[in-house]
Ligand binder design. Sequence first.
Ligand SMILES: [Zn+2]
Length: 372
Amino acid sequence: MKIRGGQVFDLERGFVSRDLCFDGALISDACAGGGEYDASGCYVIPGLTDLHFHGCMGRDFSDADAEGLEIMAGYELSRGVTQICPAGMTLLEEQLVRVCRTAAEHRAAGRPGAELVGINLEGPFLSMAKKGAQNGDWLHRPDVAMYRRLAEAGKGLVKLVSIAPEEPGAMEFISELAGEVTISVAHTTADYDTAMEAYRRGAREATHLFNAMPPFTHRAPGVVGAAFDSPEVKVELICDGVHIHPSVVRAVFRLFGPERVVLISDTMRAAGMPDGDYTLGGQAVKVEGKYATLADGTLAGSVTDLMSCMRNAVGFGIPLHDAVRAAAVNPAEVLGIIGRAGTLDAGKAANAVVLDSGLNVKAVFFRGELIG
Ligand SMILES: [Zn+2]
């Protein structure tokens, strides 16, 4: 298979005018025959990886519903998101076990749709004061044994766990588990020093930077400042145009550099669905236009998709190459799959998206096949 004549994303060199060749399910250096796709006048980018979204198409990862997960994986693939790491919410342990098991079974059975490359446990080890749209009744103090039971149920798929580092036992949790899973600072009242201690102990991410954490101010830089001062830490940014002002999106890319920003969609089940009444983590959510909110007005996830977030970032003034890096390369690094996905280098999965000059999805290739 050959994708001919496009501007092909290259991490080091920008967009390069070349053909992209597939040999079966992998990218290859030489085109050995097979079909051709004319990408003249288009960009060719790696399939994106969304490491923080909860649901879409009326379904939610937290439902632990096998059919729903397959529908979600199909929807994401259609949007050019070829790798997914869906996120659970704050739920009771028995439900989180079901969520992890459902994901592990989905992967083991090789179900269709975007590749499920991980599980993101956003709850339950979070702060009541900054719970956002998480259900406070089910918050739990940081608990290594519980984490290990969930990881076991997920059969090695749990790749991310969020924690509020000021909670009792959180620092020990981070020290104990930093070598096993990527730990992300989230839904927290932590000040700068507390967040710095979390990063010193091995936490490596900040969950949806600015949302559900103290603000970045000149005498109290909080998690934002601590993440900035910890060069190995990457920061998630919800780029739906609602959660973060465009000016702050521009500032974050300049402050952290395009290699440290991870665009996420943080979608809930109404993504891809009409306005109306939905639920998130057991709470009622109203969806109107770009807004999904609890009854008290708290933002409750987004109703976009990661490709739209990437396009939004460009609309806000982020160079296309930097936006693609933040939606394709950096999340693959966080999840430890950059050796086999996330760029268009030979030997990696033949997962690529063709975008027209307006950045609309024209074609999605997954494992070398055109999805249509
Ligand atoms: Zn959250």
